[in-house]
Design a protein. Sequence first.
Length: 183
Amino acid sequence: MPSSIATAAAPPTVPASRRVAWSELAPQRDYLVRYARRRLLDPALADDLVHDVFEAVASGRALFGGRSALRSWLVAVLKHKIVDLVRERVGLDSLDAFADADDGESGAAELACPQPRPDEVAEQRERLAQTLARIAALPEHLRRAVELRLIADADSPAVCRALSISESNLHVRLHRARCALAG
């Protein structure tokens, strides 16, 4: 009986098939940082969260089961880190300022979530339709670069392979497309 207690208390060992080598993680860093930056809009915070993901993997707190692609699994871990960050930050907001209202109200009007009015929604949809029409009117080589990189959210190397161009040429095409859309 004592041996079963000792094995239950021992820390679980990570099978070799579930360990992820640094050489597998390092190439995923750029993609994960871009992913986090698009969601957080804070480059330093995005770098920190990706570092936290790598730390969790290296320390064994996050174990790769091999049931999906490594990148998909890392993105899922990153998503959980982002959700944890949002939950943490929401907990830091204080509602005390609203409780001190002089008229005795709790300040519910200030806390109301601003919903777009129907006319604002219609305006946003119209702008989206106009933007998509302008993208469709771009020259073929610019339109394909925008569709693959920005709309389909493919990474730069994949777009370069699909279009048979260099990464520098992709950046030039995206710049020209943005200029054409802005003008």
